[in-house]
Every structure is written in structure tokens, then in C-alpha cells.
Design a protein around this ligand. Structure first.
Ligand code: SF4
Ligand code: SF4
Length: 122
């Protein structure tokens, strides 16, 4: 709740509701499933090399880096639709400086969305 006291520590500025990320309220079940299947995802440093070389990104708005951020935040609402653009070619995996098996990350996600547990969250 906004009080004169905490408003002072925020210097009068605040984030509007639409720009806030509520990590505690978001569902990170899907992220845990993917990391269990492909633990190398935790090595990602967000450099964007995968997105820069992505075949699908050349002609769609598919973006692995963004997908990863949304997955980690638990904002998974539009991921299934977005992933349909990935053709699992594996180019992203070849360029990753951290050795993240990006292809298997996407493959795990595609598998997850076929399971009733996760399709309910969509
Ligand atoms: S290239 Fe690898 S380290 Fe860089 S953003 Fe992609 S997955 Fe992460
Ligand atoms: S596997 Fe998917 S994300 Fe990776 S380069 Fe190919 S189309 Fe892009």
C-alpha cells in the first residue's frame, strides 16, 4: 500500500500495474519442467547470439532470447503460439557461447504443451 513513507523511498516514481512483473504470482512450473529436461538453460547469459542466427527469426517474430526470459518469469501465455515458428533446425545451438542446448529447450517446451498439465496454463 502506498504511504507517504514508502513514497519517499521511491522518490515519487512507481511502475504502473501493466509494467510490473509479479514473480511470486507467476506460474514457473513450465520453466522447472524445461530445466529438468535441459539443465544447460541455466547457463544462458542472454547474449542473443541464438536469436541473431535463428532461421525462423529471419521471417517471423520468433525470438529465443525473449522466449527464455518470458519462460523464466513465468509469463507463458503466448509461448505455444510463438514456438510454432521454430523448425528445430539447431542453428542456435551451434552458435551458443555457453553451450546451451537451445534446440532441446524448444523440443521440451513443445513436448510440455502436449501434456494436459501444461496445456491448462495456456
Ligand atoms: S546464444 Fe546461448 S547464452 Fe546467448 S542468449 Fe542464446 S541461449 Fe543464451
Ligand atoms: S532451432 Fe528454432 S530457434 Fe534455433 S535456429 Fe532453428 S528455428 Fe531458430
Amino acid at each position: 500500500m502506498e504511504t507517504p513513507e514508502n513514497n519517499k523511498t521511491r522518490f515519487g516514481f512507481g511502475l504502473t500495474k501493466g509494467r510490473q512483473i509479479d514473480y511470486d504470482a507467476n506460474d514457473k512450473k513450465l520453466c522447472r519442467f524445461v530445466v529438468e529436461n535441459e539443465p544447460s538453460l541455466l547457463l544462458c547469459i542472454g547474449c542473443g547470439g541464438c536469436t541473431a542466427t535463428c532461421t525462423a527469426a529471419g521471417f517471423t517474430d520468433f525470438n529465443f532470447r525473449k522466449l527464455h526470459h518470458l519462460l523464466r518469469r513465468g509469463e507463458v501465455f503466448n509461448l505455444e503460439k510463438s514456438m510454432k515458428n521454430c523448425m528445430l533446425c539447431g542453428k542456435c545451438k551451434l552458435v551458443c557461447p555457453r553451450g546451451v542446448n537451445t534446440r532441446n529447450v524448444i523440443f521440451s517446451l513443445k513436448r510440455a504443451f502436449k501434456m494436459t498439465d501444461f496445456s491448462k496454463t495456456q
